[in-house]
Design a protein around this ligand. Structure first.
Ligand code: PEP
Ligand code: MN
Length: 333
């Protein structure tokens, strides 16, 4: 990291800044240029309070050489991380498709859909028991009964399942049932929840916040990793843009960017990214073409009757077609 002093910064100001830098265990080199002085810092700068240093009126700017995320960074962990969830591997060349309804609605629905998607090649099941809904009047999920149903569907199909935890209070309960716990887009910066996930032994599926930058996304993952849980799978699920035709805009560029910067696996959710069932397959193909480690897709027997997200849900037959198309892309890539 470089701390650049303003031209003509008085000696006292330079000393004051140096005093702040000395508080942390760093190698400090002061470079005296003809016009400006620059501190070159070597070591772990993550504990430095940059705001405090930048607030000195004689400091011109701070230039970071390294990314602020450490454990999530490929610099410190060059090889791809592979996450195993009940026999299903994701990352390091292992691709997996997770499928199921937005919400658990009944036991019959879940068991039928689990068996159907398994037959078409899905490696994991999804289903929300606790749903983050924009309206308090919308279906909020079946709660613990939904978790019990998911466990039955796992038993019937052999597929491990992922389900969302919306708050710290319900995390313990969800953790006892789920094979992987989802932190949804709306909670990507719920730091208390991220810290709780960091203490879990279960893998975490971390979805990108709807207006989160790549750095914010990886810093959210860093919370979980720094807490001691190394099993994090990232998920790009579309971001808010000016366009309203689709529910969100799939940021395909995030996938190769994550691959450059991080060792963590990244999957794509083409259902929430588009909000339209007709666009799910094309986006799924795009995701796999740019190197995603997998997909999470909403599938419902009767989307027109779904209690949540029917417009973006595929019928099982269409999901089968998506799987065939995606296999071809994977083979081609
Ligand atoms: C979901 O997966 O059902 C969901 C609510 O996703 P997101 O957090 O990406 O909106
Ligand atoms: Mn949904």
């Amino acid at each position: 990291m470089l701390v650049v002093m303003k031209p003509g910064a008085p000696a006292e100001a330079v000393q004051a800044v140096e005093g702040k830098l000395r508080g942390v265990n760093l190698e400090i080199n002061l470079i005296k240029g003809a016009v400006q002085q620059v501190f070159a810092l070597v070591g772990d700068t993550s504990k430095l309070d940059l705001g405090m240093i930048e607030s000195n009126r004689h400091v011109e700017k701070i230039l970071r050489v390294q990314q602020p995320f450490k454990v999530a960074s490929r610099t410190f962990h060059p090889e791809d991380t592979i996450i195993e969830i009940g026999g299903c591997k994701i990352g390091g060349g292992n691709k997996a498709v997770i499928a199921g309804p937005c919400s658990v609605e009944s036991e019959e629905q879940m068991i039928e859909i689990a068996q159907a998607v398994k037959g078409m090649g899905a490696a994991m099941l999804r289903g929300g028991a606790y749903k983050p809904r924009s309206s308090p009047y919308s279906f909020q999920g079946m709660g613990e009964e939904g978790l019990r149903i998911l466990a039955k569907a796992r038993e019937a199909s052999g597929l491990p399942f992922v389900t969302e935890a919306m708050c710290v209070e319900s995390f313990d309960l969800i953790e006892t049932y789920a094979d992987m716990i989802q932190i949804g887009a709306r909670n990507m910066q719920n730091f208390a929840l991220l810290k709780r996930a960091g203490k879990s032994a279960k893998p975490i599926l971390l979805k990108r916040g709807m207006s989160a930058t790549l750095e914010e996304f990886l810093m959210a993952a860093e919370y979980i990793l720094a807490g001691g849980n190394g099993k994090v799978i990232l998920c790009e699920r579309g971001i808010r843009t000016f366009d309203t035709y689709t529910r969100n805009t799939l940021d395909v560029s995030l996938i190769p960017a994550v691959k450059e910067l991080s060792h963590l696996p990244i999957i794509v959710d083409p259902s929430h990214a588009s909000g339209k069932w007709s666009m799910v397959e094309p986006l799924a193909k795009a995701a796999m073409a740019v190197g995603a480690d997998g997909l999470i897709v909403e599938v419902h027997q009767q989307p027109e009757l779904a209690l949540c997200d029917g417009s973006q849900s595929l019928k099982p037959k269409k999901f089968g077609q998506l799987m065939t198309a995606v296999q071809k892309i994977i083979a081609a890539v």
